[in-house]
Design a protein around this ligand. Structure first.
Ligand SMILES: [Zn+2]
Length: 371
């Protein structure tokens, strides 16, 4: 878009208007496998309009919305922005805090995630807008990850597409972020291998077709996602808190069912850590990867970790490898274990997301008055 201070790492073509569609939970593998339910997007992928950009991106770690959207919104790695999971330890309060819909009152989003968002960095040089669900307008998650743009709320996906198209038409240059929540919701509730998920994919497909037909012709439409998803069968959803050897010496548990943070008691020595790692490996060593915090940080899972965010990372991390999910039922409600579609770990199905350039099909020569 020509704004200084940014580098074009994705090798995207120049554009005066850009519409970034973020589809929550649309893994690359899911989109490819289920493309039969997305004839428009399948056609876009098959035709591939060219360009130098990568067709696949990798979600940040953990592969979950709070983390990934903040990386998208700020351009920072998780170790910097500090949104390190669905829920994580707040060392200052010595308690686990939620970073998504159930944000803790004791956490200031601006202090927790202090880096300027892309919207803030643009600082009015290019008009920016977020089109999302009205309930997210002032949500702490929005304020942490995506603050600084004009927020336009619309409840139904169709209404969001319409608002996006109208808003782009009203601005000769604009960066617009369009959030699509429905697919992820269907996946969590019913699994990605469900009729509900398929019908949501069809809805998305129809919405993207409509968006392509209604935005101004010079708009660059980019579709991507924050993470993918795997379905975890009920018997593979494990309450690990029933095994004392997996939680003895653990002060707090947090994270995702597929990427668990375990925080040790302050007086726990290296012996406790080694014993816990061994116990987890003995029980789940073929089904999960078990890493100490030092190993994960040194291997670059979070990017470079700033001091203020380091304490939010578990001393031990359990990353699901097979279709399995881990719950501490002492801490989470019974509804949590009913969730079918899951993400958070580093498998391809969870980390790989599409980057799709959707060609505009609108033919209007002016474009600015289209509805
Ligand atoms: Zn999700």
């Amino acid at each position: 878009m020509g704004a200084s201070g940014f580098s074009n790492v994705l090798r995207l073509p120049a554009a005066r208007r850009i519409c970034v569609v973020l589809v929550d939970g649309l893994g690359k593998a899911l989109l490819t496998q289920r493309a039969g339910h997305a004839p428009f997007l399948r056609g876009v992928m098959a035709a591939d309009g060219g360009g130098e950009h990568p067709r696949t991106l990798h979600a940040a770690f953990p592969s979950t919305t709070a983390t990934s959207l903040t990386s998208l919104g700020t351009g920072q790695v998780p170790g910097q922005h500090g949104m390190l999971g669905y829920d994580v330890l707040d060392p200052e309060q010595d308690k686990v805090v939620n970073l998504l819909g159930n944000w803790d009152g004791g956490v200031d989003p601006q202090r927790w995630q202090p880096f300027p968002t892309v919207f803030e960095q643009l600082d009015g040089r290019i008009p920016t807008a977020t089109v999302s669900l009205p309930k997210f307008a002032q949500s702490p998650m929005t304020r942490a990850a995506l603050r600084g743009s004009t927020f336009l709320g619309a409840t139904s996906p169709q209404a969001r597409v319409q608002v996006a198209a109208e808003t782009l038409a009203a601005h000769p240059t604009m960066l617009l972020y369009l959030y699509w929540s429905e697919l992820d919701k269907a996946g969590h509730g019913h699994g990605a291998d469900s009729a509900k998920w398929e019908s949501q994919l069809e809805e998305l497909d129809a919405g993207m077709k409509r968006l392509a037909a209604t935005v101004p012709p010079d708009t660059l439409i980019l579709l991507t996602a924050d993470h993918g998803m795997v379905d975890v069968p009920r018997p593979a959803r494990i309450d690990y808190s029933q095994y004392p050897e997996l939680v003895d010496g653990v002060r707090h548990t947090a994270g995702e069912p597929r990427m668990v943070h375990l925080y040790l008691e302050p007086d726990a020595g290296p012996g406790t850590c080694a014993r816990l790692v061994a116990a987890w490996l003995e029980r789940f060593g073929t089904k999960a990867w078990v890493l100490t915090k030092d190993e994960a940080v040194a291997s670059g899972y979070f990017g470079e970790v700033r001091d203020g965010a380091s304490g939010r990372i578990g001393d031990i991390l359990v990353l699901a490898r097979e279709t399995i999910a881990f719950y501490d039922m002492r801490r989470v409600g019974p509804h949590a274990i009913e969730v079918v579609g899951q993400h958070g770990s580093i498998t391809k199905a969870e980390r790989e997301v599409p980057l799709l350039r959707i060609p505009v099909t609108a033919r209007s020569p002016k474009g600015s008055k289209r509805r």
